[in-house]
Design a protein around this ligand. Sequence first.
Ligand code: SAH
Length: 231
Amino acid sequence: MRIDILTALPSLLDSYFNDSILRRAQEKGSAEVHIHDLRTFSEDKHKRVDDYPFGGGAGMVMTLAPIHKAISFLKAERTYDEVIYMSPDGELLDQPLANRLSTLGNLIILCGHYKGVDERVREHLITREVSIGNYVLSGGELPAAVLSDAIIRLLPGVLGDATSALSDSFQDGLVAPPAYTRPEVYGEWAVPKVLMSGHEARIQEWRYQQAVQRTRERRPDLPGLHGMGVE
Ligand code: SAH
């Protein structure tokens, strides 16, 4: 999979993609992430990518031309499955959406800033809008990193244990069961005995029951309690 991110602040994204699982995914060839500075597509002599809003009001608006040029430049090289704009009023990111996007080939992700982008970008260039939650951040870079991480960790070969992404919270419509590691006893705090029993079926059953109980307590809205997994 290839992800091209368009941003006015590329340095905000560099460190995130050059470390952690996301770097490993790129080294292994599972994912390619390219970060593009929108300013390089600006023909303004000061390389500006924003301007005052028509009709007045507070805040700057990201201009159409550099975004259009950047997207056209990328589309001339290859076809893209989606051109995504990170936006607080977009479709809420959840695990099923991350799963679906992880099956695609090439994605463009546009990060907004200031008051957002000129509406004509959204009307004519964007195919999908994604929000990471009902709150407003100052830029689309963290949301783009969140979305990319949620997608890339699902790609084959990225996580060490092939089944581990599937056993995360939300994949079966339940939150994850608790996890423990050494030491078995720390002062008075001991690990649940069943985990030390070596009895695989009993351990699986215990984990499932824990996941159901936790989901009931914490996230009764999730579909796993109603006998439905997620697609
Ligand atoms: N005026 C806009 C907010 C702009 S915030 C509004 O009220 O909707 C600046 C940029 O940050 C946005 O263009 C978007 O790219 C990004 N952003 C902020 N909050 C976000 C969220 N919850 N999800 C996705 N992107 C977000």
